[in-house]
Design a protein around this ligand. Structure first.
Ligand code: ZN
Ligand code: ZN
Length: 280
């Protein structure tokens, strides 16, 4: 890994504390909070063998990732498993929530940001104006300006367009794609990009993904689907983008067992799994 290379390149006499100080400043830490499709795995009441699997990598909460760098924490999506995910990863502050789109499996945890609001004040959220409109409808009490209930979550709204923006000094590049007919944003941070719920992207958006160390992209299952890449489409997309490594996410139980699918993937492509951490 790049981290190993950096440590090997460091002068022998450099105190280790100093090296870790550098690591904190330079590297992106990615935590996969959830890697499952909208129902999660196991699916409630299912007797499918993948839902009954004992392999922890076959247990998938709804998709979300935490990106940490230089003391700031950026959350992509805030789905129905948000509370459990925050407890599981020990996250104590959030500097920004970036929304890919407004589907329930990506936004329904918004009420549970309250512990962060009580500590930090308004939590900054970043999304396309259509997504903000949808959040205002679903969570009207969060956006109330008069007689707002005192315990309700509070957010500061940042509408993003398909143009790079900066949060706490970090440049973030939106990548626009289509989820059937719905516009969805992926996000690039330095040499890492995260795309989910994509079915198609224009070439000029794919051009923004040049030179990636790690690409994360959705792959729902083996069979085709009307609004998500299936495995074959995701692998073709990875081939086109040519990152050093790719991780697949937003996975359905119909993909199959983690251990079996990972065996048939190209050598630089992996299935993501919950709690997986990468340092880039
Ligand atoms: Zn989704
Ligand atoms: Zn969706």
């Amino acid at each position: 890994m790049i981290v190993t290379k950096y440590l090997l390149d460091s002068p022998q006499n450099e105190p280790s504390i100093l090296r870790f100080h550098h690591l904190k400043l330079i590297f992106l830490k990615i935590t996969f909070l959830g890697t499952g499709t909208s129902q999660g795995i196991p699916v409630i009441g299912s007797n499918h063998l993948v839902c009954l699997s004992k392999d922890p990598r076959d247990k998938r909460l709804r998709v979300s990732v935490l990106v940490e760098i230089n003391g700031s924490a950026y959350l992509i999506d805030c789905g129905p498993d948000f509370r459990q995910q925050m407890l599981r990863c020990g996250c104590t502050k959030i500097d920004a929530i970036l929304f890919t789109h407004e589907h329930a499996d990506h936004v329904n945890g918004l009420d549970d940001i309250r512990p962060f609001c009580f500590k930090q004040g308004d939590v900054p959220i970043y999304a396309h104006k259509r997504v903000i409109k949808s959040l205002k409808k679903r969570f009207d009490y969060v956006f109330e300006t008069e007689n707002k209930y005192p315990g309700a979550p509070s957010v500061s709204v940042n509408i993003i367009k398909n143009k790079p923006f900066v949060v706490n000094g970090l440049n973030i590049v939106p990548i626009k794609g289509k989820h059937l007919e719905l516009q969805v944003f992926g996000f690039r941070f330095k040499n890492f990009a995260y795309l989910t719920d994509m079915k198609s992207l224009k070439d000029k958006e794919i051009d923004k993904l040049k030179g990636l160390d790690v690409l994360v992209v959705n792959a729902l299952r083996i069979a085709p689907h009307h609004s998500h890449f299936n495995l074959e489409e995701a692998l073709a997309f990875v081939k086109k983008v040519r990152p050093k490594k790719a991780y697949l996410t937003h996975i359905s139980h119909l993909m199959g067992f983690h251990a079996e699918i990972e065996n048939i993937l190209p050598e630089n492509v992996f299935l993501a799994y919950d709690n997986l951490q990468l340092t880039i």
